[in-house]
Design a protein around this ligand. Structure first.
Ligand code: AMP
Length: 281
């Protein structure tokens, strides 16, 4: 496995690989790798000859007061995991950008005004800027992102479409712990009691899906069911919403569109997100 901190060295190694006809897949991460990330790597390996995993805690996507400084950075463990997965290349730059602040960057329109974007203004601007820089350096044929961050996935798909970026975006399903909790690097922040409580997010989403299977199609009633369920637990719900899965628009009645239920909630100091596809007709 080759590990690169310098983008120029990575670029020339990738140029050689490309000249030999290899296809390249990117898995962009902030490190602190877990089985969710590894599932992306495995999907990427099925789709391309050479997988590049990037590990970079992108400051542009953190607001003041968020966990940038304490975000876990166990780089040695991450490299071991990548090695065990037979990853070809890891890109772990000190900084992704030539100088900060940037004078030119990307911004998202509309899709970032809902769900996580409301609580985290500028967050998705930071994400798309970092991913575009990674695309420019690595020029992957394929990029794999997780459905865990479903809004991010929608925005990145839209970026690739709107900016005519020559990359295929693939989505990987959410990997969960045994108790249903979606794996996340931030789960490390939870103590035992909080970890136990955190599974209620998934329980709530599953409960709503069961209501749909039982015939309920009114979004307001489904969300009311969810809010009543969550009220029993000491967690702070930021949003619980049902939206269609492409443009993330709201709807009153579940119909032909594919829909998802989305949740963000804080447990103690830790903000968690999850989502689940709802059964459709
Ligand atoms: P992060 O390191 O949190 O920025 O995540 C890097 C990539 O891994 C993103 O595309 C995430 O959506 C994806 N990811 C994180 N957690 C999971 C999970 N539990 N299941 C599937 N994908 C995940």
């Amino acid at each position: 496995m080759q590990v690169f901190e310098e983008k120029e060295r990575l670029r020339s190694a990738l140029l050689q690989a490309r000249q030999q006809g290899e296809t390249i897949a990117l898995v962009a991460t902030m490190g602190c790798l877990h089985a969710g990330h590894l599932s992306l790597i495995r999907l990427a390996q099925q789709k391309a000859d050479r997988v590049v995993v990037s590990i970079y805690v992108n400051p542009l996507q953190f607001a003041v007061g968020e966990d940038l400084a304490c975000y876990p950075r166990p780089l040695a463990d991450d490299l071991q995991l990548c090695e065990a997965e037979q990853v070809a290349m890891v890109f772990c730059p000190q900084s992704l950008y030539p100088s900060e602040p940037l004078h030119v960057s990307l911004c998202v329109d509309a899709l970032d005004q809902v769900l996580c974007g409301q609580a985290r203004p500028k967050h998705f601007d930071g994400v798309v800027t970092a991913v575009q820089v990674l695309f420019n350096i690595i020029q992957p044929h394929v990029a794999v992102f997780g459905e865990k961050d479903f809004q991010q996935l929608c925005i990145l798909r839209r970026m690739v479409h709107d900016l005519s970026i020559p990359v295929e975006v693939l989505a990987a399903p959410i990997v969960r712990a045994k108790n249903g909790l979606a794996l996340s690097s931030r789960n490390r922040y939870l103590d035992d009691v909080e970890y136990e409580l955190a599974r209620q997010l998934h329980q709530c989403l599953q409960g709503i899906a069961s209501q749909v299977r039982a015939g309920e199609n009114r979004v307001a009633c489904l969300l009311q069911w969810g809010r009543t369920f969550l009220a029993k637990f000491s967690l702070h719900v930021q949003y619980l919403e049902i939206r269609e899965s492409e443009k993330l628009q709201t709807l009153d009645i579940l119909g032909q569109h594919c829909c998802r239920v989305f949740i963000a909630a804080s447990i103690g100091q830790t903000r968690l997100i999850d989502n689940l596809e709802l059964p459709c007709k």
